[in-house]
Design a binder for this molecule. Structure first.
Ligand SMILES: [Ca+2]
Length: 488
């Protein structure tokens, strides 16, 4: 009996060993074959590639795609190259188009200003990105047809909202590329808007003017729709090949500043200055500056400071089929408004204290200069600048705005690298048209400029100019350029 049990154990062990040997054989012979077979179907995309990018990049039928959105790895199976398999004709005929609304928010009005209608295409089993959709339409010569379908879908979705809230703006994209003389006079959009019971005053037409081939037709189009009560926006301002000369020609009601311009304004002073110049231009032209693609609270607060009021971007939510949730929106707006108020109050208080300190410093320098005649000015200015490190440059003008001292600069603040561009002015330089001279000529005793880039140093500074009489009772003006690099 014991012998039989022993033989049974030996047999079982021998069987298991054979099994292991067989498994190893399969692993070393069949696996490389299977791997080679699989690699014909698997292609890897770089880290960070999205599913959509991957599909666009590798659309061979039957291809397995691996992609890694952020940290997790997914594998999808592309049954076919959808973009090729589904024709744009079919998309248009079957109206596989829907609208997603992206909120436009006004912080100062504490309200939703309107929504931009964005096109989404859901063909069976596949989303086709808008740029791909419009590329296909352009190639097949049905761009206008697609454009009109998208607008009709947007109006259908917006019409019920409009009956409930007559104040909301619907922003519609019109492809500048599709505008020619016939379109400009067709009045198609006007009819469509009326057909859906929407007031043209509530419709903002967004045009990417850089795509327009025919400037005359574009101008006709804009004038004709404006006459009928529509609002006009220039889209993607500040990006690519936008033609600034078309801004005064089209006199847009809204300038949509592109995300590439506004993202990071809080971090990059030069970008902020460029945006500021667009905002100032918009305000001088009577247009509203709207910042697109805002995602960071800090950017929004900085843009509010420089006069932007209406915002669009993921900070306020992603485009969605439903209208934005009023409660979430008002929570965000209230939070930003509160933050903006607190920041502005603190900033003004700090600025006031800072300016008061600089003012008393400049006035005390004037008192000391008043004891001098025309000689010895440079020596006295050098003595001051050594004591006050915030002062970049000091110089004295006569009553006509002509410089009568040298420009005495703080050597630590001059940029060596840019000295060929920025150079301190010399004795005899004419400052009579400068912002810091004219108010004193008009009778003011003291003036402080807005921050600007100094021609003497290339740094951001303010200039305080103050009038005084010298020892011989001649009228003089002391100008002090003061560092403003780190002030807001
Ligand atoms: Ca747009």
């Amino acid at each position: 009996m014991a012998e039989t049990r022993f033989m049974g154990k030996v047999f079982t062990r021998a069987l298991k060993t054979c099994q292991h040997i067989f498994q190893l054989f399969v692993y070393f012979t069949v696996s490389p074959f299977l791997y080679r077979l699989a690699s014909n179907f698997i292609q890897s995309c770089p880290t960070g590639t999205t599913r959509r990018d991957a599909k666009m990049a590798l659309p061979n039928e039957g291809t397995m795609l691996q992609y890694w959105p952020k940290s997790c790895c997914h594998t999808v199976h592309v049954m076919e190259n959808t973009a090729e398999a589904i024709s744009i004709r079919e998309i248009i005929d079957r109206e596989w188009i829907r609208t997603a609304f992206h909120p436009l928010v006004s912080i100062k009005r504490k309200a939703l200003f309107g929504v931009e209608a964005l096109t989404r295409c859901t063909a069976p089993g596949e989303d086709i990105p808008p740029q791909e959709l419009f590329r296909m339409a352009d190639e097949q010569g049905c761009l206008l047809e697609l454009d009109r379908l998208c607008r009709r879908k947007a109006l259908e979705a917006f019409a019920p909202v409009h009956t409930q809230n007559r104040g909301l703006i619907l922003s519609l994209n019109v492809d500048g590329h599709a505008i020619d003389a016939d379109i400009a006079r067709s009045g198609h959009l006007l009819h469509m808007v009326k057909e859906h019971g929407v007031n043209p005053n509530n419709v903002l037409i967004e045009i990417v003017e850089s795509r327009a081939r025919d400037t005359d037709a574009l101008e006709d189009f804009v004038n004709s729709y404006r006459k009928n009560g529509f609002l006009i926006a220039l889209d993607d301002v500040g990006v690519g090949h936008s033609n600034l000369d078309r801004i005064p020609l089209l006199r847009p009601d809204v300038l949509k500043l592109d995300r590439s311009l506004v993202a990071g304004v809080d971090l990059h002073m030069t970008r902020l200055e460029v945006v500021k110049s667009f905002v100032q231009m918009a305000s001088r032209l009577g247009s509203l500056a709207l910042a697109e693609g805002v995602e960071r609270q800090e950017d929004i607060l900085r843009l509010l400071e420089i006069g932007v009021d209406v915002f669009q971007g993921f900070y306020f939510g992603a485009p969605a089929a439903q209208m934005p949730d009023a409660e979430t929106m008002s929570d965000r707006i209230d939070y930003l408004a509160q933050k903006f108020r607190t920041n502005a109050t603190t900033r003004f208080a700090t600025q006031k204290a800072l300016y008061a300190r600089y003012d008393s410093l400049v006035l005390s320098l004037c008192d000391q200069l008043a004891t001098l005649g025309p000689t010895g000015l440079d020596h006295a200015l050098t003595g001051f600048i050594d004591q006050w490190e915030q002062i970049e440059c000091l110089y004295v003008l006569n009553a006509k705005g002509v410089q009568i001292s040298g420009t005495v600069c703080n050597p630590a603040r001059l940029r060596k690298r840019k000295r060929f561009i920025y150079e301190p002015a010399h004795v005899g330089a004419d400052h009579s048209l400068k912002e810091y001279y004219l108010p004193l000529r008009a009778g003011l005793q003291k003036f402080t400029t807005q921050p600007y880039i100094s021609l003497a140093s290339g740094n951001r500074c303010i200039t305080i100019s103050a009038a005084y009489k010298d020892r011989d009772n001649r009228s003089c003006i002391l100008c002090a350029d003061i560092d403003y690099q780190h002030e807001r």
